[in-house]
Design a protein around this ligand. Structure first.
Ligand code: AP5
Length: 214
């Protein structure tokens, strides 16, 4: 593979971050997640972090201008020369149009799972406060309760992973992000994948639709 510029699309909790990490490891290209970048800003209490904290807490999308600037900057990094995996960007038609002026995306993998599975995945998710790695209390629980298997950092539950906010995020997805399915279908870049099944099964499905072997 010379270069791969990939977008992962799908509702909250569908498994974008999980699959982006696996793809990043396999192809040696960075996973770029606007959600992670915004949470780092929040942790650093930067001016941007202060804006993002409120918006994310309400289950709404941060403004297009902010995230477009973030991505524009990030894609200039040398580590993106061989490609990248975008996780959580674009999320609106405005963002997708802006991305098309920044770079040419090869493929967009859209994932979907049913509503109860989304709730189950998100309510059980725990994130490491040190290295950001995710786990799930039921599907792949940490070896030691409350502690990250990789770095020993403390695990926490994201504030937006509580039922009420999850429901708001899902509505926001339907309203703002779902139109991107047609947007990329029209441009012949869309590769839908059923996100049900184990993480490895979903990973194999993604590789297969993209024409790679497991
Ligand atoms: P963001 O962090 O991008 O959240 P999201 O899109 O809602 O997605 P999640 O991270 O919740 O889920 P995921 O699909 O990555 O699933 P995961 O792999 O973790 O964004 C957060 C907020 O930031 C937004 O609400 C918005 O406010 C703001 N924001 C970010 N980007 C923005 C943008 N471009 N524009 C405007 N605002 C933006 O999996 C979930 C759980 O399920 C985990 O515990 C995992 O271990 C488990 N799991 C995964 N796959 C499987 C499987 N196959 N089987 C069983 N369990 C699984």
């Amino acid at each position: 593979m010379d270069r791969l510029k990939l977008v992962l699309l799908g509702p909250p909790g569908v498994g974008k971050g999980t699959q982006a990490a696996l793809l990043s490891e396999k192809f040696g290209i960075p996973k770029i997640a606007t959600g992670d970048i915004l949470r780092n800003e929040i942790a650093g209490d930067s001016p941007l972090g202060k804006i993002a904290r409120q918006t994310i807490g309400q289950g709404k999308l941060v403004s297009d201008d902010i995230v477009i600037e973030i991505i524009k900057d990030r894609l200039k990094n040398k580590d993106c020369e061989r490609g990248f995996i975008l996780d959580g960007f674009p999320r609106t038609v405005v963002q997708a149009d802006a991305l098309s002026h920044i770079t040419d995306i090869d493929s967009v993998v859209s994932m979907d799972v049913d509503h109860p599975e989304i709730i189950h995945r998100l309510e059980g998710r725990r994130t490491c406060s040190r290295c950001q790695k995710m786990c799930h209390l039921e599907f792949h629980p940490p070896k030691k309760e409350g502690m990250c298997d990789d770095c020993g950092g403390a695990l926490f539950q994201r504030k937006d992973d509580h039922r009420e906010t999850i429901e708001k995020r899902l509505l926001e997805y339907d309203r703002m992000t779902k139109p991107l399915l047609k947007y990329y279908e029209d441009r012949k870049k869309l590769f839908p994948v059923n996100g049900m099944g184990s993480m490895q099964e979903v990973f194999s499905k993604i590789l297969s639709v993209l024409g790679f072997s497991g």
